[in-house]
Every structure is written in structure tokens, then in C-alpha cells.
Design a protein around this ligand. Structure first.
Ligand SMILES: Cc1cc2nc3c(=O)[nH]c(=O)nc-3n(C[C@H](O)[C@H](O)[C@H](O)COP(=O)(O)O)c2cc1C
Length: 223
């Protein structure tokens, strides 16, 4: 279901720690998809710059289950009391969460569909948001259990302005990632592509370059 690739470049030091990157796609289009292409461009730019990046690619439009009564029942049964069947019901969620836990960097490509996130991406979110695993409730409110991750979210629209009051994807994704503990979120807007494509794609390229430079800088400082 997920593809894994590994790359190193010769002109950059490979003494840097390998970086695990999870690239999540949500477009129902194939190779023509803008968000798939821009996500790949982000990953390639980072690979050229950083040199040692392990990439796992997750296509949420393929093979993800919607959560159903069996899933909810299994999830709310204490781990030690779960039947073998209930463990099996949660196996996909466990695998998706494991990918997310392993990632240092998360790149999500999300088209705007009907003013929100694609159903496929919402299905992924429903699978990875697990009480007691990726978040928990405390006396002081909810606490995300994913830590030390940076997320880059490419949001593409045909005509809707990103950040406007009728755009329910970017704010939702920022909130949801924060809820799970990923508060370092950069939204990369590819907006109004129907009429504004050249300008929008130029802006995206600039933001990708700036984001990758800043990330590389942070990683080399920390090394
Ligand atoms: C089912 C569907 C719903 C869409 N809904 C919206 C929308 O609500 N607002 C908008 O600006 N664009 C909308 N679009 C346009 C896409 O967001 C836009 O074409 C985007 O670039 C698609 O990304 P992709 O090329 O990665 O698939 C919609 C497209 C599709 C296929």
C-alpha cells in the first residue's frame, strides 16, 4: 500500500541523520494532479538540499477503510481486552499511525473538494486519530501525543481563496495536526488555479524553496 524510497546525493554530506518523510496524497486525479506534483517537488527539493531522506508515500485514495461500528467498538475496548478480530479491525489504523510516528517530516497534498478536505484524506485522519495512541484527554484538556514533527501542507483550489471563510481545509488541517501534537505546520497555498495558475505556481515554488531552506538550516543546526 505504501511505497518506500531512499536517496542520497553526492554533493551533500551524508553524515546528517537520515530524515524520515511521510508524503500523503489525497487527490482523486493521477499523474495530472497538481498536489501530487507539488508534493513530489517539495520532496525532491528537500532530497537535493538535505541529501539523506527516506520517503514513505501514502496514497489515501487507495485502500483506506472508513471507520465503522466494529472499528469504534474495537478502539474503545481496552487493549488487553480486545479480541483477535478487534486487533485485526484496527490493523490498518495501527499501520498508518506507525508510519506517522516514524516520520520527522510530513508532506500532505490536499486539493480543496467541495470547500473541505477530500473524503480520502478525512478517512486517513479518522484512522490516525486514536484516543490513547495519538492524543489523550487530560485534566487540562486534550493533549497530542505526536511530537518533534514538522508538517508541510499543500492546499490547491480551483477558485476559492485559501484562508477565506468558505475554505474549510487549511484551517481544519492545521487544527487537526495540532490536536495530534504537530503544531509546526506550514500551509503552502496553491490557490485559484483556474484563473491564476502561473502566479500561484510561482508562489508555491518560492514557498517550497524557502521552507526547504529553513528546514535544512534547522536540521543542520540541530546536528
Ligand atoms: C470533486 C471536486 C471538488 C472541488 N471543489 C472545489 C471547491 O470547493 N473549491 C475550489 O476552489 N476548487 C474545487 N475543486 C478544484 C480543485 O480544488 C482544484 O482543481 C485542485 O487544483 C485539484 O488538485 P489536484 O490537481 O491535485 O487534483 C474541486 C475539484 C474536484 C474534482
Amino acid at each position: 500500500m505504501a511505497e518506500h524510497t531512499h536517496s542520497t546525493t553526492l554533493d551533500h554530506p551524508t553524515t546528517l541523520q537520515p530524515l524520515n518523510l511521510l508524503h500523503v496524497d489525497a487527490s482523486s486525479r493521477g499523474d495530472d494532479s497538481v498536489t501530487r506534483q507539488l508534493g513530489s517537488r517539495f520532496v525532491e527539493t528537500l532530497q537535493q538540499r538535505h541529501g539523506n531522506v527516506e520517503v514513505t508515500r501514502r496514497d489515501t485514495t487507495r485502500g483506506l477503510s472508513l471507520i465503522d461500528p466494529d472499528w469504534v467498538g474495537a478502539n474503545f475496548t481496552p487493549v488487553e481486552q480486545r479480541t483477535a478480530e478487534q486487533h485485526a479491525v484496527l490493523a490498518q489504523s495501527d499501520a498508518l499511525i506507525n508510519e506517522l510516528q516514524q516520520a520527522d517530516v510530513l508532506v500532505i497534498g490536499s486539493p480543496l473538494y467541495n470547500f473541505g478536505v477530500p473524503a480520502a484524506l478525512k478517512a486517513w485522519i479518522d484512522q490516525v486519530a486514536r484516543v490513547g495512541v495519538t492524543f489523550r484527554y487530560t485534566e487540562n484538556g486534550p493533549q497530542g501525543l505526536l511530537s518533534n514533527k514538522k508538517a508541510y501542507v499543500i492546499v490547491a483550489t480551483g477558485g476559492t481563496v485559501i484562508g477565506s471563510e468558505i475554505e474549510f481545509a487549511s484551517g481544519y488541517l492545521r487544527h487537526m495536526l495540532g490536536f495530534l501534537g504537530i503544531s509546526d505546520v506550514t500551509i503552502i497555498p496553491a490557490e485559484r488555479l483556474n484563473t491564476n495558475s502561473d502566479e500561484a505556481l510561482e508562489t508555491v515554488q518560492r514557498v517550497i524553496n524557502e521552507s526547504v531552506s529553513a528546514l535544512h538550516h534547522t536540521l543542520t543546526q540541530a546536528a
